[in-house]
Design a protein around this ligand. Structure first.
Ligand code: GDP
Ligand code: MG
Length: 163
């Protein structure tokens, strides 16, 4: 079985955009409206042909545990639980949010290894974006701009030895 990497994070941070960058597809729906990915969506990452892995996109964890958002949150949790490594995606433009803190707490409880991926750093000071998330205490923090494929090779280099 191939190793599994799960993308988690609140809606609209760019998880699906990153999924598409990893799989080189447009399979994941990227949308301006938060919460468009409701189910788990699996794809192959073959950016390094010798070390393929499966990547799972999720709908994003939101505050609202009711109804659709609740089902989406469950999907994110299941994805993280079955994953070998979790990529916790946050928005470098908006900085840390209360919801990010909630997700961080939950992620720590799962005991899963995770990297903090600071997306949307295009046009921004990458180091400043990363520093804003320093108190999250993640062992690996990487600035990327998924929409421009920036930082994706560097992220891949960090992921592969962990699978
Ligand atoms: P998801 O809800 O976390 O899956 O987020 P999406 O991948 O659907 O992206 C949400 C929005 O953020 C879309 O409008 C994307 O075009 C935009 N976005 C994603 N990645 C980047 C990036 O690297 N830079 C910028 N500026 N926008 C991005
Ligand atoms: Mg999405």
């Amino acid at each position: 079985m191939l190793p599994l990497v799960a993308l988690v994070g609140r809606p609209n941070v760019g998880k699906s955009t990153l999924f598409n960058a990893f799989t080189r597809t447009r399979d994941a729906l990227v949308h301006d409206e938060p919460g468009v990915t409701r189910d788990r969506n699996y794809g192959y990452c073959r950016l390094d042909e010798e070390h393929p892995f499966v990547i799972c996109d999720t709908g994003g964890l939101s505050d609202d545990e009711e109804g659709l958002a609740g089902a989406t949150a469950k999907q994110s949790r299941s994805a993280a639980e079955e994953a070998d490594l979790v990529l916790f995606v946050v928005d470098g433009r908006e900085g840390p949010s209360a919801l990010d803190q909630t997700i961080l707490k939950w992620l720590r409880k799962t005991g899963k290894p995770f990297f903090l991926v600071v997306n949307k750093t295009d046009g921004l000071d990458e180091q400043a974006c990363v520093n804003e998330f320093a108190r999250f205490g993640a062992e690996v923090v990487l600035p990327i701009a998924a929409a421009h494929q920036r930082g994706v090779p560097e992220l891949l280099q960090q992921i592969l030895p962990r699978l």
